[in-house]
Design a binder for this molecule. Structure first.
Ligand code: XIL
Length: 784
């Protein structure tokens, strides 16, 4: 445990400074993308010069050679090296773009005659100078070469830098300081990314649980020309600036605020209806030195008052900028006010001090934390304020220190709303049980919790097993977050895809890979909650009358699930014979050849998907053949609406009921239902105007129902002792329904209404008849 803990610290704490100056190189073995144009002008020295190339040191010589070439006539011979870092370098400034990934390769061959006395190994690297200095990123190191054949070195490189990029070169060196070698055919080509866009939206999957966020860096990921943007707006409903809202980005020099990049994120969030977590207002990293320097004497540190004044100015200016510029549209609903202020080793009663690279505590004293929250609350009282930190997940001393600090802040009345748990974790650490204990401990303070920077490092592994372990970890943790959703209102991933992760692509910590394809971790997270598939329509009618038969087409929104089959009851329909499915799976057509074999009544088709609740299609099967019998049992019901106006203060329903069976029907067991919408809350009244079964024997009751085009039905019955209707005999019933206040009904959409009944009795399947509880006539309306 101890060893693992220190790894976590290393992974997090030291990578902060490392990642600031590192572009990411990943080995050739996991690059599988289609290459595009070579960006190197003088790739193979075929113009007979070394234009575009230079020696890195002063002693080595680059000479164009015809002695050997990987392709064409020429290569470049490197001689006279005196240091391991000496070698040829090709300038690429102006050719590579921020955030883009490149396939890089070069061919190298040892000059003949050195193998006995030299270590014939070479390394391909990138050198880059930006605002933070000069950085060296290896693409492939220590590759053995020989004098008989050309050896290819290759890998991928994603360009990131801070401030301006002033130099970038590809170069080849050797751990053997004096090895002579040839180089040829340097190729640098942009990796074309093809984002996987046919996936269910993660934030939709979690919409009833918590916001799902992502950190954006570089901001150009949001450009519509950048393929990352397609995944960002589809899968996430919350954004965090990976760097663009930090102190060094917003106020690089005193009093000079620059919101250009930050505002781009805000504009994108507004355009895509997303929220933003502000990150961050106070941190010991990515805060310029001038903050802590005495303005009157740069050799001295700032005083408590000076530092507090600067803190207040920074916080106030930043919060007011977004509040004033965006007003009610401002999507930044919360800020990480204090970032990483808890000690990693329980120093200073749990607060990070100078021994852990923070000057805040030493210059101001422990109340700098309260002050920061107070300034933020004063600047914008509507914004929620968080304290954010790493290594809170393993329920150890640091979790306790955070707990105690927040408890103290709350007891002093500090305006703090919640705790951000960063969740930079490893495949191997911490355990889900420890994360659960940490969440519950911190939640017991009564503050909100957010997962603010989640990623899960594979610790350098990229094989199937490591990616599956990672997927399992993500799945278990998302299940935990859902089960703790009463405390957790937001979960943010620290990046969309591995190519731009701050931990480097080789640690593959995110849900999408460098080609923007979903990893096992994506599927694991997507499957914690399942989106139900949907179909439209959900009800339909099929007329068996051969002149009126038609196929029923159903639109399918699978929402990421797979259709296994369509069932009518327990019978599976045969694809191709009973129904067809469009090539893209978006439309199923149930064929009339199949439907016409079904009996009159109701058929329910279940669309069976591998996950989620299966949607159903209810089909009323009728038969209007020869003016037609729609009979389902032992009697026939004909109906007319005596008033066929769409708007009427009376529903006038007349029935003609014929006993078509061979035995008498007891009228007290017979019920007829007429379905309609009440269009009012007024009480309704029923009258029977006339019946040959005895006007006063007829009863009418009103009942609620939740069905398509009906919220109510009138049930007509006969009192006990009314008698029976003999085979072939007919019962007539003439009724009226009105409301207390005699306002109009809108009959036009009523399920049972027949606007064309025209005072002639018509066989009508949209009223139902029952003997006892058995449906003997008509089709019930489908559920709403
Ligand atoms: C990281 C960024 O992702 C990097 O691009 C930058 O170089 C360093 O900072 N904890 C935090 C984040 O609160 O702000 C850090 O972001 C990651 C660790």
């Amino acid at each position: 445990m101890k060893q693992k803990m220190s790894f976590v610290k290393k992974a997090v704490a030291s990578t902060i400074s490392l990642a600031m100056c590192l572009s990411f190189a990943i080995p050739a073995s996991i690059s599988a993308s289609a290459a595009t144009t070579n960006l190197v002008d003088n790739s193979g020295f075929e113009d007979g010069t070394t234009t575009g190339w230079a020696a890195r040191g002063t002693s080595e010589k680059l000479t164009v050679s015809t002695a050997t070439a990987n392709t064409g006539k020429y290569s470049c011979l490197v001689t006279g090296r005196q240091d391991t870092w000496n070698g040829p370098s090709c300038n690429l400034l102006g050719k590579l773009k921020l955030g883009k990934t490149y396939d890089i390769s070069v061919y190298v061959k040892a000059k003949a005659g050195q193998s006995s006395s030299h270590n014939e190994k070479v390394t391909l690297s990138m050198q880059r100078t930006d605002a933070d200095g000069t950085h060296y990123d290896n693409i492939q190191s220590g590759i053995s070469i020989n004098e008989n054949s050309w050896t290819k070195l290759s890998g991928q490189y994603t360009l990131s830098y801070s401030g301006d990029l002033t130099d970038i070169d590809a170069y080849i060196e050797s751990p053997d300081a004096t090895l002579d070698f040839y180089v040829d055919d340097l190729t640098v080509s942009e990796v074309s990314m093809d984002p996987q866009t046919d996936l269910p939206s993660l934030c939709q999957i979690y919409k009833n649980d918590f916001d799902l966020g992502v950190a954006i860096d570089p901001v150009s990921q949001l450009d519509s020309s950048d393929p990352h943007s397609q995944l960002i707006s589809w899968h996430f409903n919350s954004l965090t600036a990976g760097n663009a809202m930090k102190v060094s980005s917003l106020q690089p020099t005193e009093g000079n605020f620059n919101f250009t990049q930050a505002d781009k994120i805000v504009d994108y969030a507004i355009a895509h209806n997303m929220k933003i977590r502000g990150h961050n207002l106070l941190w010991h990293n990515q805060v310029p030195d001038w903050f802590f320097t005495n303005p009157n004497d740069p050799s001295k540190p700032a005083t408590r008052e000076q530092l507090l004044a600067r803190l207040k100015t920074h916080i106030t200016t930043v919060l007011k900028h977004f509040k004033d510029k965006y007003g009610s549209k401002n999507p930044i609903y919360c800020w990480d006010v204090c970032n990483e202020v808890i000690s990693d080793c329980h120093a200073n009663n749990g607060l990070r001090g100078s021994s852990e690279n923070s000057k805040w505590l030493d210059i101001i004293g422990p109340d700098y934390i309260e002050k920061a929250f107070e300034y933020a609350h004063e600047a914008d009282p509507n914004v929620q304020l968080y304290i954010n930190d790493y290594n809170l997940e393993d329920n150890n001393q640091k979790t306790t220190d955070m707990y105690n600090e927040v408890k103290k802040l709350l007891s002093e009345g500090t305006p703090i709303d919640g705790i951000g748990i960063q969740m930079h974790i490893l495949n191997s650490y911490p355990s889900v049980a420890d994360v659960k204990a940490s969440i519950e401990k911190l939640a017991s303070l009564g503050v909100k919790l957010q997962i603010t920077e989640m990623d899960c490092s594979t610790q350098g592994a990229a094989d199937t097993a490591a990616l599956q372990t990672q997927a399992d970890k993500y799945k278990a943790l998302f299940e935990l977050f859902v089960s703790e959703k009463q405390y957790i209102n937001s979960v943010t991933l620290w990046g969309v895809s591995d190519d731009t992760s701050w931990l480097g692509a080789s640690n593959a910590p995110l849900l999408f890979d460098g080609q923007l394809k979903a990893k096992p971790a994506y599927y694991a997270v997507a499957n914690v909650n399942v989106l139900n598939s949907e179909i439209s329509p959900e009800s339909a009618e099929f007329d068996k009358n051969s002149n009126k038969q038609s196929d029923i087409s159903v639109k399918i929104s699978a929402n990421g699930n797979t259709l296994n089959g369509i069932y009518n009851g327990t019978t599976q329909l045969v694809k191709g014979t009973d129904y067809t499915l469009s090539a893209d799976g978006s439309t199923a057509t149930i064929l009339k050849s199949y439907l016409s074999t079904l009996s009159v009544g109701t058929a329910t088709f279940k669309f069976d998907f591998d996950k989620g609740t299966d949607p159903t299609l209810t089909v009323s099967i009728i038969d209007s053949t020869n003016g037609g019998s729609v009979q389902t049992g032992s009697l026939k019901v004909e109906m007319t609406n005596a008033i066929t106006a769409a708007s009427s203060n009376t529903i006038a329903l007349r029935l003609k009921i014929t006993n078509t069976s061979n035995s008498p029907i007891d009228l007290s067991s017979l019920k007829i239902r007429y379905y309609y919408t009440k269009d009012s809350t007024q009480p309704q009244n029923f009258w029977c105007d006339w019946s040959n079964a005895g006007t006063t024997n007829v009863t009418g009751t009103f009942n609620s129902i939740s069905a398509k085009n009906a919220d109510n039905y009138l049930e007509i019955g006969f009192k006990a002792g009314t008698g029976s209707v003999a085979p072939g005999d007919v019962v007539y019933v003439q009724t009226r329904v009105a409301r207390n206040d005699w306002t109009n009904y809108d009959q036009s959409n009523d399920y049972s209404f027949n606007p064309s009944s025209n005072s002639n009795y018509t066989e009508w399947s949209k009223i139902t008849a029952y003997i006892g509880n058995t449906l003997v006539w008509g089709v019930e309306p489908s559920a709403d």
